[in-house]
Design a protein around this ligand. Structure first.
Ligand code: GSH
Length: 215
């Protein structure tokens, strides 16, 4: 198993958490998103993943190369019995877990993606500080939705006391939020879940700062 990604990429961070929760050993290959204009745009990388984005996941046993962190995580969850079951089997519960995950990974994170922020300054010629303002604004909008939902579903984690795909998506988003200067006290349930997950080794080992390419 090989994961190609970047230490600060929240999509890569999700897959790292999931691999740890599933207790799946893997090799990590850094793809630097900034060096030389971004290694995600190199010809070599594009043969593996034409999206110009990380992560890419390679399962050599099955001869398969995958992109899209949520698809990768669902693949791992179905292929491996080990560790936590991240996507429940009950139809309604599964749908709610996915919906919260999409609130974070589809409706929040992409708005503050590197290429979006670069477009604001490089192509639309906004001042550099607009990037931070933009990222903070959309992250706050996203977290407000999540906070509202978590009030009805959270226990220690997003859904009661089960660790699910939703927690795997929430923690990297909060990590970004803190980088963007979001005040987490405005989202007390999000903060509580974040603090609970942050005590678990699967989440600690996946932290950007703990990766070989951090810095
Ligand atoms: N929906 C994709 C998003 C992947 C994504 O946005 N990757 C970012 C890092 S978190 C990236 O590679 N950005 C590079 C760029 O914007 O040039 C997933 O969940 O895998």
């Amino acid at each position: 198993m090989k994961l190609l990604g970047y230490w600060r990429s929240s999509a890569t961070y999700r897959v790292r958490i999931a691999l740890n929760l599933k207790q799946i050993p893997y090799e990590y290959e850094p793809v630097h998103l900034l060096k030389d204009g971004g290694e995600q745009h190199s010809e070599e990388y594009l043969t593996l993943n034409p999206s110009h984005l990380v992560p890419t996941f390679i399962d050599e046993d099955e001869d398969v190369i995958l992109n899209q962190s949520l698809a990768i995580i669902e693949y791992l969850d179905e292929r491996f019995e080990s560790g936590e079951k991240l996507v429940p089997s009950d139809c309604l519960y599964k749908t709610k877990v996915r919906a919260l995950s999409y609130d974070l990974a589809c409706d929040t994170q992409p708005l503050a993606n590197l290429r979006v922020l670069q477009y604001l300054t490089n192509d639309l010629h906004h001042e550099d500080n607009v990037k931070g303002q933009w990222a903070k604004h959309w992250t706050e909008k996203g977290l407000a939705v999540v906070e509202q939902k978590l009030k009805n579903t959270a226990g220690n984690y997003c859904f009661g006391f089960d660790i699910t795909l939703a927690d795997v998506c929430l923690i990297p988003q909060v990590y970004n939020a803190l980088r963007f200067g979001v005040d987490l006290d405005k989202y007390p349930t999000v903060k509580k879940v974040y603090e609970n997950c942050s005590e678990l080794s699967a989440f600690i080992d996946a932290l950007p700062e703990n990766q070989i390419d951090a810095g």
